[in-house]
Design a binder for this molecule. Structure first.
Ligand SMILES: [Fe+2]
Length: 274
């Protein structure tokens, strides 16, 4: 693996005191330092919004991101923090985005990070169409950890055909959430169905802001170019408000063919291929 651009993390619970992520400024600074040491240059801070976190207003998130950026600058920690949200799907989401109540990624009204309930899959066709008519693209966060999708993975390709983008969690690829989720995440990457890898970090502990291990895993599964695309380039497009190539990525060049591919085929058959 040769060098790569800085990582850009589009899903990270970095802002202190807004949700179940960083609970204090010190926590947030420790997470930021860990991310910088791992090669992360930009984090889109995504506290939960709507659902149980209805108290997180757009205004409070934007202000918290600015406050944290000032603290990072004061300490000369070279990290850019942009506002965003991990948004629970609710009625009138497009209206809430339009009115600025829900924060899109990097606050650019181009991409919104969508969070499904953990246990079920809800059809997203109507929501994606409504968002699209307002010029907003939905990014579905960690589909590999949704029980409904794990049991019915064939729902994903039609979503991608409709322009939905998929973000998987870095820890899923390194086994943090167990073997079944790891195998599913690997199969999605190998099949070209993933557009982003993000940390979904909540602390410096088990769910930390480390992306390098997942980057290496993607390179092993789909090639170095795919790793750069999922961990650096596509997320950088989001941070800049630029469009991200949608649809299925054509097969990359995995670094380890043969043995791994055979294992993958066996494992994929256990979780159900898509
Ligand atoms: Fe999250």
């Amino acid at each position: 693996m040769t060098g790569h651009e800085p990582f850009v993390d589009i899903h990270c619970h970095l802002l202190p005191g807004l949700d179940d992520g960083a609970s204090s400024l010190d926590d947030a600074l420790a997470m930021a330092a860990m991310a910088v040491a791992d090669g992360v240059g930009t984090i889109i801070a995504t506290p939960h919004q709507l659902g149980k976190n209805a108290g997180n207003s757009g205004q409070s998130i934007r202000a918290a991101a600015e406050r944290l950026q000032r603290e990072l600058d004061r300490r000369r920690l070279p990290l850019k923090v942009l506002p965003g949200a991990d948004v629970r799907i609710e009625p009138d989401l497009p209206g809430k985005i339009c009115r600025g109540e829900v924060v899109t990624l990097a606050d650019r009204r181009r991409h919104v990070l969508l969070e499904l309930p953990h246990d079920v899959y809800l059809p997203l066709d109507r929501l994606l169409a409504d968002l699209s008519s307002g010029g907003v693209v939905g990014i579905l966060s960690h589909p590999e950890r949704n029980v409904g999708i794990l049991n019915q993975p064939k729902v994903l390709p039609p979503l991608i055909e409709r322009g939905c983008l998929l973000q998987i969690t870095a820890g899923s690829l390194t086994g943090v959430f167990g073997a079944r989720i790891q195998r599913f995440a690997e199969s999605l990457v190998a099949d070209g169905l993933v557009h982003f890898v993000a940390s979904d970090a909540h602390s410096v502990g088990n769910r930390s802001p480390i992306l390098s291990a997942a980057f290496r895993r993607v390179a092993g599964l789909a090639g170095d170019e795919a790793a750069r695309e999922l961990c650096c380039r596509n997320p950088a497009h989001v941070a800049a408000g630029r469009p991200v190539p949608s649809g299925r990525r054509s097969a990359g060049q995995p670094r380890r063919l043969g043995g791994f591919r055979r294992v993958f085929a066996l494992e994929a058959s256990k979780v159900g291929t898509i």
